[in-house]
Design a protein around this ligand. Structure first.
Ligand code: ZN
Length: 322
């Protein structure tokens, strides 16, 4: 009976989801960002539970990864991230942190915890390319991909269990399967469809925040080139963010189809260039493995404003190499 009632619950939830207002049309309209149901799915996590799960997982990341602790870098990355998050459909507060890691990658945990590697900032020469990566991660959060995915997998597990195993109902199964707050990260993976949707939404968030959406295209092209040059070293990244020419073509087509061109876009800022330079300089300092005092280079060079007092963004269109 338990098995049956679980199955009935799945069907009724699925019907409820399908009968909700069609989000497809509004998903194409950047003017409706914030008022569309992009995170709608069969999801056993409330927003609060999702944030709690993300927080717990982010503590785990902080224990294992080497975070960049430079206040200027942190403030800047957070400011760019918050600006994009405000231009998104996400309903959760965000935090953005920089991980000292050469791999050009970024990742998002459920509930708004975004991490970006120093390696990604190094290959993003311009702010719109950096913004493209953050916007893509914000889109994964806005669409609640990880908890939607986890819910689907959990339901499949539940339906495969013998009837008597579902004692304690919903909560009981979740506890036994380790689906509570201690859910292992390996359980959470994006599908190809998730990636496509995050690309689609991310480009719109960039555009809404004032960036040239073609920054996403040039970022993909750089990653693809790196993948060709050093396929072995990048395999880990492309396992979570598979990249191919289809992805680039789709993004270019989307920009043409749904994003009316603006007279000017932010392509880059001198502040981004300064922060990027600063990161590269800071990376050459002695390693600090969380023990002893933090050694920091004397400031005076590499400070935003030192090299260029003109902090206005570069407003232009990106010229893409076809
Ligand atoms: Zn992704």
């Amino acid at each position: 009976m338990r098995f049956l009632s679980a199955a009935i619950l799945v069907v009724s939830l699925a019907v409820a989801t399908a009968s909700a207002s069609d989000p497809k049309k509004s998903k194409d309209d950047p003017n409706q960002i914030g008022n569309r149901d992009v995170g709608k799915c069969l999801n056993m996590f409330s927003i609060e539970k999702e944030i709690a799960l993300g927080k717990q997982l982010s503590e785990e990341v902080k224990r294992q990864a080497r975070l960049n602790d430079d206040p200027l870098v942190g403030e800047y990355v957070n400011r760019v991230g918050q600006n994009l998050a405000r231009s998104s459909d996400a309903k959760v507060p965000f935090t953005f942190q920089v991980v000292e890691d050469e791999a050009p990658n970024a990742f998002a945990l459920p509930g708004g915890f975004v991490f970006v590697n120093t390696g990604l900032i190094k290959i993003a020469d311009e702010e719109d390319e950096f913004a493209a990566a953050l916007a893509h991660e914000i889109a994964h959060v806005a669409a609640r991909h990880l908890t939607c995915q986890a819910t689907k997998q959990q339901l499949l597990t539940m339906l495969a269990l013998p009837a008597g195993a579902v004692l304690g109902g919903w909560g009981g199964v979740l506890a036994r399967q380790g689906m509570g707050l201690g859910m292992p990260m390996a359980f959470m993976q994006f599908t190809r469809a998730n990636e496509t949707e995050a690309d689609y939404l991310g480009v719109q968030y960039m555009y809404a925040a004032g960036y040239d959406p073609n920054g996403a295209v040039s970022m993909f092209e750089k990653l693809e080139m790196l993948e060709r040059q050093k396929p072995g070293t990048l395999s880990r990244i492309f396992a979570s963010h598979p990249l191919d020419s289809t992805r680039i073509d789709k993004t270019q087509a989307e920009i043409q189809r749904i994003l009316p061109s603006k007279p000017e876009y932010v392509v880059t800022t001198s502040e981004y260039h300064d922060i990027r330079e600063r990161l590269i300089t800071l990376e050459n300092r002695p390693a600090n493995n969380g023990q002893g005092p933090t050694l920091r280079r004397a400031t005076g060079s590499g400070q935003p404003g030192d090299a260029d007092d003109d902090q206005r963004p570069t407003l232009k269109r990106k010229d893409l190499v076809e």
